[in-house]
Write a protein that binds this ligand. Structure first.
Ligand code: NAD
Length: 261
């Protein structure tokens, strides 16, 4: 299989896009360290289910990435569980929507910590082993909101635009060393993070959830359907493959046409 012999760490991978990426990497033959905020029993059960998909080894590390000491320690903890990853997927992320004047500082700090600073810290810690090996793949899950804006997303926009810029810089710093650093920029994808926005939109249609989803899609996403998380998993595997060895510093929209408008 195409990623045999490689070890991936995927942050925020017990559900949603992160889980789909972990599953796709395991199916491609990589050993996978899952990460989350669930306790060890729950996390290891998730890792066992992913391992069964690819006949690969999987482990689990718990770390609250809003806590800087836990974010700093993530790579060491993951390496101890299995081995130093040569594939790093920074996927964990949170969202809060609110007009700028009332945006709570505590939410701003948490979003910057989880969506941006944790990726910086994980890359910093992962790169020495990748450089030593002369091979590495970093895929950062940004968003269409790393490329374009929408209202009421101040912290998320700052974090995701920051992640795109950070990734380009690290791509340049590692370009001669067999390491690629890219972002995937998903549009509306069917996971937990967008449920509050769907519910808010549904309230405008008397609580009709499907009408809320349709309205959100019509506003921004030309393919008019929520992306299954598996679409992002497949693209992440591609960016980790030899076929993508020449692609670095790219922010790749997987967005049903959102950013083509
Ligand atoms: N779903 C979408 O429409 C969409 C669109 C663009 C980008 N994204 C991005 O995709 C990534 C994955 O999100 P998702 O859609 O799967 O949503 P999700 O809510 O299902 O997953 C978020 C993940 O982040 C983890 N996480 C949250 N807070 C954490 C913390 N303090 N410490 C450690 N981990 C934490 C969660 O455990 C979870 O696994 C995020 O970075 C998100 O911004 C999602």
């Amino acid at each position: 299989m195409m990623l045999n012999g490689h070890t991936a760490l995927v942050t925020g991978s017990t559900q949603g896009i992160g889980l789909a990426i972990a599953q796709a990497l395991a199916r491609a033959g990589a050993d996978v360290i899952l990460h989350g905020i669930e306790d060890d029993t729950e996390g290891r059960a998730a890792a066992d289910r992913v391992a069964a998909l690819g006949g690969v080894r999987c482990a689990y590390v718990r770390a609250d990435l809003a806590q800087v000491d836990e974010a700093v320690g993530l790579l060491a903890a993951a390496s101890e569980e299995l081995r130093a990853p040569d594939i790093l997927i920074n996927n964990a992320g949170i969202q809060h929507t609110c007009p700028i004047e009332s945006f709570p500082l505590e939410r701003w700090d948490a979003i910057l910590a989880v969506n941006l600073s944790a990726a910086f810290l994980a890359m910093q810690a992962a790169l020495p082993a990748m450089r030593a090996r002369g091979w590495g793949r970093i895929v950062n899950i940004a968003s269409v909101h790393g490329l374009v804006a929408s209202v009421n997303k101040a912290a998320y926009l700052a974090a995701k635009h920051g992640l795109v810029g950070l990734s380009k810089g690290v791509a340049l710093e590692t370009a001669t060393q067999g390491i690629t650093v890219n972002c995937i920029c998903p549009g509306w994808t069917d996971t937990a993070i967008i449920q509050p926005q769907i519910e808010a939109r549904a309230r405008q249609f008397g609580g009709d959830r499907q009408a809320g989803i349709r309205d959100l899609l019509q506003e921004k996403q030309p393919n008019l359907s929520l992306l299954p998380p598996e679409r992002i998993g497949d693209v992440a595997v591609f960016l980790c493959s030899d076929a993508a060895a020449g692609i670095t510093g790219v922010a790749l929209p997987v967005d049903g046409g959102w950013t083509a408008q």
